[in-house]
Write a protein that binds this ligand. Structure first.
Ligand code: ZN
Length: 397
C-alpha cells in the first residue's frame, strides 16, 4: 500500500509531496518499506491513499494512560483491549496501560490481560507493557492513590516484573528504604524505572539515577516544588541529564510558562503524557480512578478535596497545547510523543519515526493537527475527529 502526496515527517526533516510504502508480512503486519518523493507512476495494482494537504506523522506513544471511554484499567484490567481499540482516534498507536496503587492481584491480572494478547480480529493501539505506578510511593505525595495499598519497596513483590511479563515501566519513590535494591533489580530486568509521587531531595534523586532510574513521572506533580536551595526531584530531573521527563501539558497540571521553560531546558528528553483517566472520550460526570470516585468537568478530573486525579487530555490535544505553550516546531513537538518514548523503551529501531524497516504506525493530520486517520502496523484503525470530511473529499483508497 502507498500513502502519497503527504507532507511526511521523517528523521531528516519534512518531506513535501512525500510517499510512504507499506509492505505486509504473512500475518498482515505492515512495515514501512520505502519513504520517497511521490513517484510519477505507481504499480497499477497497489492500493493508494491520496493524502494531499495532510501531514503524515509517526504514530503517537502514550507512556501513562489510566483508562478512557468510561473504563479504568486499575478497576477493570480486562478492558485494556477494548480501550486500545478506540485510542487511534487520538493518533495513539501504542501506549502503556497504567495500573495505579492497588492490591498485588490487580497488576497480575493486567499482566495476564496483555500476555493473553488481543481478542480475535483486534485492530487498535498496541499496548507495549504496563506502567505500574505504585505501590512504592511516598505517603506524603500520594495524590489520588489509595494509601491503604501503599507499601515499602520489596524485592519479592517485583520478582517477576520484566518486559517479558508485560511490565515496561514502574514508578516509585526512590527515597523510601529498600528502594535502591528494587531499582537495581528492575533496571537489570530491562524495566524502565521512574521516580514519582516522591519527597526525594536532590541528593536522593541523584542516588536514584545512579541506581538506574531513567524517567520522571509527571514532572512537578506529586513531588517537592523546585526550590533554589533544595532543587529536589524536579531539579534533579531537569538538571541531571540522564532521565527522560514525563509532563502533562493540559495547562492545569503545569502552568504553560513552565512547560515552555522545561522544554527550553530538557529538549529531546521531554516526553508528553496524558495521564488520562476513564473520562477521556466520555461525558463529564463521576468516574472511578482506582478505588476513588473522581468528579470530571469540561477541563479537569478531581477528588472531592480538589486534588487533580489524572487528566482528560488526549495525546493529539497534548501535541497542540505543547506547540501553543512553547512555540516549538511540529517536528520538535512530535519527537516528545514519538522518538523520545520509543527510545526510552528501547524500541527506537522499530517505532517512533517514519523510516524503512519501522512498524507502519502512522497518523494523518490536518494542517491544524487534528487526527484524520491512524494506521497501526499498516492497518487502518479507528478514525480521528476530522476523518469524515477528508474521507469524502480527499482520501481515495
Ligand atoms: Zn501519578
Amino acid at each position: 500500500m502507498w500513502i502519497v502526496r503527504a507532507t511526511v515527517v521523517t528523521p531528516a526533516g519534512m518531506l513535501a509531496d512525500g510517499a510512504v510504502e507499506i509492505g505486509y508480512d504473512a500475518r498482515g503486519w505492515g512495515r514501512i518499506t520505502a519513504v520517497a518523493p511521490t513517484p510519477a507512476t505507481l504499480p497499477p495494482d497497489a492500493p493508494v491513499i491520496d493524502a494531499a494537504g495532510l501531514i503524515l506523522a509517526p504514530g503517537f506513544i502514550d507512556l501513562q494512560l489510566n483508562g478512557a471511554f468510561g473504563h479504568d484499567f486499575t478497576q477493570r484490567p480486562e478492558m485494556i483491549w477494548s480501550v486500545a481499540a478506540q485510542l487511534p482516534r487520538y493518533g495513539v498507536t501504542s501506549f502503556l496501560p497504567t495500573i495505579i496503587t492497588s492490591p498485588a492481584v490487580t497488576a497480575r491480572q493486567a499482566q495476564q490481560v496483555l500476555l493473553a494478547g488481543p481478542p480475535p480480529g483486534f485492530t487498535g493501539a498496541q499496548p507495549l507493557g504496563l506502567h505500574i505506578e505504585g505501590p512504592f510511593l511516598n505517603r506524603g505525595k500520594k495524590g489520588a492513590h489509595n494509601p491503604a495499598h501503599l507499601r515499602a519497596p520489596d524485592l519479592a513483590y517485583v520478582r517477576d516484573w520484566s518486559p517479558q511479563t508485560a511490565v515496561a515501566l514502574v514508578t516509585l519513590a526512590p527515597e523510601l528504604p529498600g528502594a535502591t535494591a528494587v531499582i537495581h533489580h528492575l533496571a537489570q530486568q530491562g524495566v524502565v524505572v521512574s521516580a514519582g509521587h516522591s519527597l526525594a531531595t536532590y541528593a536522593q534523586a541523584v542516588h536514584g539515577f545512579n541506581a538506574g532510574i531513567r524517567y520522571g513521572t509527571h514532572l512537578f506533580n506529586a513531588m517537592l516544588s523546585l526550590h533554589h536551595r533544595e532543587p529536589g526531584l524536579a531539579g534533579a530531573l531537569l538538571g541531571d541529564g540522564r532521565a527522560t521527563i514525563g509532563l502533562i501539558p493540559d495547562g492545569l497540571h503545569v502552568h504553560p510558562a513552565l512547560v515552555k521553560l522545561v522544554w527550553q531546558t530538557a529538549g529531546a528528553r521531554l516526553n508528553l503524557v496524558t495521564d488520562a483517566m476513564a473520562a477521556l472520550g466520555a461525558a463529564p460526570g463521576a468516574y472511578q480512578l482506582g478505588d476513588f470516585t473522581v468528579t470530571v468537568d469540561e477541563t479537569s478530573a478531581r477528588l472531592a478535596d480538589g486534588t487533580l486525579a489524572g487528566s482528560i487530555l488526549s495525546l493529539d490535544a497534548a501535541l497542540r497545547n505543547f506547540i501553543q505553550f512553547t512555540g516549538c516546531t511540529l517536528a520538535e513537538a512530535l519527537a516528545t510523543i514519538t522518538t523520545t518514548p520509543a527510545q526510552l523503551l528501547g524500541l527506537a529501531g522499530r517505532k517512533g519515526h517514519i523510516a524503512p524497516g519501522c512498524d507502519a504506525d502512522l497518523v494523518l493530520l490536518t494542517p491544524d493537527l487534528q487526527v484524520v486517520k491512524t494506521f497501526v502496523n499498516g492497518r487502518s484503525a479507528e478514525c480521528g475527529a476530522r476523518n469524515e470530511e477528508y474521507h469524502t473529499n480527499k482520501l481515495t483508497n
